[in-house]
Design a protein around this ligand. Sequence first.
Ligand SMILES: *[C@@H]1O[C@H](CO)[C@@H](O)[C@H](O)[C@H]1NC(C)=O
Length: 268
Amino acid sequence: MASKLFVLLFTIISCHQLRTIRAESVVKINAENEATSIDDKKAINDFQDRCSSRKCREDETCVLNQDGDVECACIAECEDPKDERLMICTAANHTYTSDCEFYQMQCWCRKNDQRCTRKEALTDTIDYFGQCQNLGVCTEFELEVFPKRMTTWLGEILDALFVRKGLDSKYETLVNEARKMKLSNTEKWWRNAVLWEFCELDRTHDNSVNKEELSRFVRSLKVLEHCIQPFLNHCDTNNDNKISADEWGSCLGLDKDDVDFLKTFCSH
Ligand SMILES: *[C@@H]1O[C@H](CO)[C@@H](O)[C@H](O)[C@H]1NC(C)=O
């Protein structure tokens, strides 16, 4: 368990760093542009203006084509993450080196580019982070003990994030209280971590975690926790593909008061 936790934290942190590196390289390109002549600068400004009005899909970038027009193109090159944990396995059970590579393939196929070597990519989706593997079935017993496993584990994550000072300030009171509960061996010491995770997952602040929010969560956890999807299915008692605050509370063992607090705390 401890080592799995470490792996998960590493995954979260390395994904974060990767994004930072990408952002830095964009800044660097811009800085290089600064050094160019005034004419070039004008051209670049013009290019940027035209690109800002040209809305490209998330997996495409705005480029200048041979005729001097701006157009949306597929990501030219994906960084090789050189880390198995950033590989992705798709629903069709195909491994890509990174999510970038998957989106690039989808883009090529959409545009009938000759580099499209897997037409299936068009209808494929990301299943989880990590190389495709046999994840095994979640047994009834594993599912039964899963809430305990998950609450303990969320509690440890919140604690680790607290130590690393990696948390949004809005959680300050929640975290300080969680620390005290943990140190005093309170029975549900993980309570605040369960509250925190729901708020983190519910990005739209509508007091429920929708399908998209859930799949993002499942993707990064599935390799470590093959019971995560069956567990979440089990939490969704009304089968609407969303997990409400009430459903989250009852499947993770929160008291009614905590669920009421959750509803007001997360909805802004
Ligand atoms: C997916 O591929 C992996 C590795 O090739 C294999 O071990 C696993 O059994 C496959 N899973 C399914 C559901 O086919």
